[in-house]
Ligand binder design. Structure first.
Ligand code: AMP
Length: 428
């Protein structure tokens, strides 16, 4: 029978990686709390319509990357490709927007996109997303950027990761419904004579979603776009002012940034601010986090009542790739307090002692298969046990046991009455 393997583009996070994820998640929770964001947990699948209407029919995600299926009731269902549309759906459905004028939300969860898998690009991946719904202030955009960078800086210093300390924050304005059409028009006119020189994907984008041409990676397109018109020059006064205040705020917070006039994001709903945090360490999949303002998204689901919002998402697998260049493995090394070395005759006494110690929050392991003493000590080493507690048959008859310091090899004989207190004081 052939072996069943995991689906292409998915990952198994085994012990070590899972521990790394937990470490990162703890920082995500802690930092989110410091900036007063609250966690939500939402379904992994939603009605397809949510993403079609929210993300935009012409985007790469909706047009070719969604995992969509029909359920038994003949409804079209999609595995979430991103978290913002679901967050907005949940905020409206659960009346969060009525209860608080500003909702600061975060989520950590898996997303699904049928992309061509490669390093840093998977079909199932995890994102840390933050959304601030209800504020139109550019200072909120700055706060979102600051939270992302704060997390990355903390991980970089905790884990001694140099690669994470060299990041590039790029920002741009993509305009609003008033000025975006003017820019699109100018772009379309400028590119008209060269349309047939664009790659086939961009020729299609030219008609359907011209902004997306700006971030094409095709070399021919890149050279055609070299001196392309800039959004900022076509931005309305409100969008210009918003962008300028954002730049000021970032300067005040001592956050370095580069303005990239060609930065547009893969989702249609962005207005005004777009940003990306990039790392050279990631190669072609250089974006570690990205986001922006989406003042026109909520109205789509809220009977036309617009609520301004801004958010971002960070890719956790990409973070793990950058953290390969750190002392993460040492930081998260698992260890146990005690490994109890047993003999056949002493397993019964052993289980009693093990249970008592665990009730005192001492982490204890043993090998009830009672392999040789040598292999039991090997196992103790594998688990990085601080102490071995040896329950030899003769000693047990005497109500005694031996504690061995696994680092120094020093051994002490201890009576059962004092065993617990001796162990607890050694572990202090
Ligand atoms: P997006 O939702 O496309 O704005 O992506 C936000 C972040 O999620 C990116 O900067 C990446 O770090 C991460 N990301 C997006 N797509 C993938 C993918 N297919 N595999 C792994 N990470 C991804």
């Amino acid at each position: 029978m052939s072996q069943i393997s995991r689906i292409r583009g998915t990952n198994d996070f085994l012990y070590n990686d899972s521990r790394k994820l937990r470490y990162i998640e703890e920082i995500l929770h802690k930092k989110s709390r410091i900036y007063n964001f609250e966690q939500i947990r939402l379904p992994i699948f939603e009605y397809t319509d949510l993403f079609q209407r929210g993300i935009g029919e012409e985007t790469d995600i909706v047009s070719k990357e969604m995992f969509t299926f029909t359920d038994r009731g003949n409804r079209s269902i999609t595995l979430r490709p991103e978290g913002t549309a679901g967050t907005v759906r949940a905020a409206i459905e659960n009346s969060l927007l009525n209860e608080r004028s500003i909702n600061k939300i975060y989520y950590i969860g898996s997303m699904y996109r049928a992309e061509r898998p490669q390093k840093g690009r998977y079909r199932e991946f995890n994102q840390y997303g933050i959304e601030c719904i209800g504020s139109d202030s550019p200072h909120t955009d700055a706060e979102i950027i600051a939270l992302n960078l704060d997390i990355l800086k903390t991980l970089s210093s905790n884990l001694n990761c140099e690669a994470l300390s060299i990041l590039n924050l790029e920002i741009n304005t993509v305009g609003c419904e008033k000025c975006k059409p003017k820019y699109n028009d100018a772009l379309s006119k400028q590119l008209a004579s060269q349309k047939d020189k664009l790659c086939t994907v961009c020729q299609n984008r030219y008609d359907k979603n011209i902004l997306r041409i700006l971030d094409c990676k095709n070399e021919g397109c890149i050279s055609i776009l070299e001196n392309v018109v800039k959004m900022y020059d076509y931005a309305c006064d409100e969008c210009k002012a918003h962008f300028n205040i954002l730049c000021d705020a970032l300067n005040k917070m001592n956050i370095d940034f580069n303005i990239n006039p060609k930065l547009v994001r893969g989702l249609d709903y962005y207005t005004k601010t777009a940003f990306e945090i990039k790392s050279n360490y990631l190669g072609t999949q250089s974006a570690l986090a990205g986001g922006g303002r989406y003042d026109n998204l909520i109205g789509i689901f809220n009977n036309g009542k617009q609520v301004p919002a801004v958010g971002s998402a960070m890719g956790i697998e990409r973070l793990l790739i950058i953290l390969e260049d750190s002392n993460f493995d040492n930081t998260i090394k698992n260890s146990i307090d005690i490994f109890v070395v047993l003999f056949k005759e002493t397993s019964n006494v052993g289980i009693e002692i093990i249970n008592k110690l665990r009730q005192k929050n001492v982490s204890v392991e043993s090998d009830f298969n009672i392999r040789s003493i040598k292999s039991q000590f090997k196992t103790a080493d594998k688990y990085n046990a601080k102490y071995a507690l040896i329950l030899g048959p003769d000693e047990v008859l005497d109500n005694k046991a031996t504690i061995r310091d696994m680092n120094t090899g020093d051994e002490t004989k201890v009576s059962f009455e004092t065993l617990e207190s001796v162990i607890l004081s050694k572990l202090k």
